[in-house]
Design a protein around this ligand. Structure first.
Ligand code: PGA
Length: 260
């Protein structure tokens, strides 16, 4: 049984005060935005703030029931890489997850081979990568969406192990656009990813959690998470407001618990 996972990708948003307020509203005993304990225990939640806030947020994130994750990292453990942050540094600051290969990082120049090196380095440092894959609208229209996603998986996971690994399917055309893949479209690609993982890793591929990302809201989160191979959500814009994000956690908790 795969435990549902919902991640809040804050991208380049927020400041110390806003992060503190967000996390405080989820702290135990806070009924305002805190989902019921029952719902929280059914869903693992991860907070992904900008890197400069990671260490400062680690205590409050733990008190609020969130694991901590970074939005990207370098593939080397240390070296002459001005401006970069390594996997061991993230682990040292309290991270247990790291987003890799997000389309906004791919657009900024991340190549498949670099993402593969990052996946390996993250797992070596004890971090769980959330590897993002997804096609552009032009690729979907050209009928090559599945081939693109399979290429991204094949290269990025060349050296990775299936334990402590999550995949997020984020069609690029759905990110920040308000245009969501339908549950059937998302499930279709998640089934392709699941089958690829099982071919590559055997039975262990069946335990890798697959998140959907791209304009997830409280309104669509439940029907997406009800699909057989959708184990949670990677949420951007709708994670910035505690009450909205709480509703997404509750929707996923309730759908994930219903047999499909
Ligand atoms: P969005 O972003 O929810 O704002 O579409 C998702 C993401 O990029 O992870």
């Amino acid at each position: 049984m795969r435990k549902a996972l919902v991640a809040a990708n804050w991208k380049m948003h927020g400041d110390r005060a806003r992060i503190a307020a967000f996390l405080a509203s989820f702290a135990e005993g806070n009924g305002a935005a805190g989902a019921s304990l029952d719902d929280r225990s059914r869903v693992e939640t991860v907070f992904l703030p900008p890197a400069c806030y990671l260490e400062g947020a680690s205590g409050a994130a733990a008190s609020a029931g969130f694991a901590l994750g970074a939005q990207d990292m370098h593939w080397l453990a240390s070296g002459a890489c001005t401006g970069a942050i390594s996997a061991p540094m993230l682990a040292d600051c309290g991270c247990t997850f790291v987003l890799l290969g997000h389309s906004e990082r791919r657009q900024a120049g991340d190549a498949d081979e670099q993402i593969a090196a990052k996946c390996l380095a993250a797992q070596d440092a004890g971090l769980t990568p959330i590897l993002c894959v997804g096609e552009t609208l032009a690729e979907r229209d050209a009928g090559s969406a599945e081939a693109v996603v399979e290429r991204q998986l094949r290269t990025a996971l060349a050296h990775a192990v299936p334990e402590d690994l999550c995949i997020a399917y984020e069609p690029v055309w759905a990110i920040g656009t308000g245009r969501t893949a339908t549950p059937a479209q998302a499930q279709g690609m998640h089934a392709v990813i699941r089958s690829w993982l099982e071919t590559r890793f055997g039975a262990a591929g069946g335990n890798v959690r697959l998140l959907y990302g791209g304009s997830v809201t409280p309104e669509n989160a439940g029907s997406l998470a009800a699909e057989r191979d959708i184990d949670g959500a990677l949420v951007g814009g709708a994670s910035l407001d505690a009450e909205t994000f709480r509703k997404i956690i509750v929707a996923v908790a309730q759908s994930a618990s219903e047999p499909t």
